[in-house]
Design a protein. Sequence first.
Length: 284
Amino acid sequence: MAAKLLLSLFVLLLFVFGCEEKKETSTKGYLKVYIDESIYPLIKIEADTFSVLYPEAKLKLIPVSAREGIVKMVNNEAELFVSSREFNDEEKSVSKKNKLEIKTLKFCYDGIAVITSYDTYLDKIKFDEIKNLLKGNFEQVSAVIPGRNSGIYDYLRDEVMNGEDFSNVQIVSSEKDVIDVIKKSKNKIGFVGYNLLDDSSGVKILNVGLREQAGINDVYLEPHPGYFVQRLYPLSRLLLVYVNEINVGLASGFASFLTGNDGQKIALSNNLGPAAVPVRIKSY
């Protein structure tokens, strides 16, 4: 009888310790990381570094549009999403209806790059000219933008067009498709996340004029982390990390890495502006 009791206790202990061994922590486990396609190159570097530091953390990176990633979050189908925009009113309503407590963390500043081919005569473009381009007011030059689920589409409609509709604009499936079209076309101007141009060969990045000149001579700025942080670059935007996790698990751990010193240094070394830690950047 005693032998049977000891055997039962031994099996129970094996079961308990076995369960504890499989428990997810902030640096161990498996996580699907949904990423706005604009920021995929940077998050790939961040994830590779995190995995070297924490070998028991297995991250699967899934690039999606801004709309797709946020829908995953508000429908409780994802634990982490790196986004190029905030929730809109409809998405906030769904999140509230589903009783979710989604944490929002500032990650970094980036900008929307304005690109064209080397066969196009332009080197710079005024902010008001971007508006007129998206309104279809130019005969010789037309715009190419990613589809309506993208953060680029929302930004240009809301922040540049003030809610007005686009006209005579070519809409393609993704930001990578924008780059492909621009490389093959003359007199077309495209809009993509700056981080996506980690290899900018084949396209020319235009300098963009300030939104308001305030009585000074025309000033044009290139995409640069210093200008992003100071919000001087006219098409700057804030990237966010959304976390939907009840306990402290791998989603919280990776989010903390992204917004901590190491993750912010990686963002800066990849020409984006840190948003979660104080930083001094030379703009010129």
